[in-house]
Design a protein around this ligand. Sequence first.
Ligand code: KG4
Ligand code: ZN
Length: 350
Amino acid sequence: MDRMDYLLAIESSCDETAAAVLDTQGRVLGETLLSQMDHLPYGGVVPEIAARAHLAHLPGLVDKALRRAGIEAAALGAVAASTGPGLIGGLIVGSSFGKGFALSLGVPFIAVNHIEAHALSPRLPGVSEREVAFPYLLMLVSGGHCQCVAVEGVGRYRRLGGTIDDAAGEAFDKAAKLLGLGWPGGPALERLAATGDARAVSLPRPLLGRPGCDFSFSGLKTAVAQIVARGDARAEDIAAGFQAAVADVLADRAGHALAMMRQTGSAPGLMVVAGGVAANAAVRAALRTLADAEGIGFSAPPQRLCTDNAVMVGWAALERLRLGEADGLATPARPRWPLDEMRPPAEMGA
Ligand code: KG4
Ligand code: ZN
């Protein structure tokens, strides 16, 4: 981006349609985000509906982001978009739009891995209390992904463990559904849990204390289903109990992940929690307590940066551009794109 100072970023991998304009320092000049409500009647994201909604809303959202930033499209030096992993229809819409935009302006297109964007988001200027230096431990807990990642540099990630069944957010959504709450269930369940007593119900802590840092949430979901079916517990107590169980499990697994990083000689100075479930106060508190006990820093990006957004996509693109990322016009949209496959920009073309 030697020509100009601004970057446009697009996010469309799931059910958020978003655009953001950043300057080369990572300052956010203009931002738009639409959480699609078209899926409400179905109780979950319908991929085809999501793709059509992205197509309908993206041009207007991009236009608005540019207007909020107060710049003309011609001032852009690069365009970035999530090209995976995620729902393929939405990824094709967002990345094709971004590629076309970049092509028409004669600027590079930066293909961003959506999980890498979550992973690097705490490094956005102004987001974390202290500087977020490598290496750090990332606990990524969203609706689609749940994994512990050693972040050793831009493009240098080691997946230490992850869920063997449901993602944490998925578990929240399913438990909320069992409790008759709306979708997405996480925020609704957290609100209900605030008035409940976690000790009033007994719920399992799957894989707690086991070696490694994999997760499992399906047994917890089944236990919630059984308690609900028995009908002898208050909904708010079940919600509080479920949330406490998830927080306990996440903290236990994070402790193991830290030990695994230390064993391999990459001692982290910081633990970062990102993804939609990082918005949960009980989860944040459990992980912060662990970080304090382990003597390392703790960072949880603000909620609007934890759930899907285009700012983090723009920041990941900037981190890569700084290291010499090449034009990604030929990069296809991919439903699966594991972090382990990422490389630093300098090694990509080598
Ligand atoms: O990262 P995200 O916006 O989308 C992806 O899945 O990539 O995460 C959405 C997930 C949903 O499952 C939602 O229920 C969960 O994050 N979530 C929460 C909370 N806010 C969102 N889970 C628990 N407590 C919350 N406050
Ligand atoms: Zn996400």
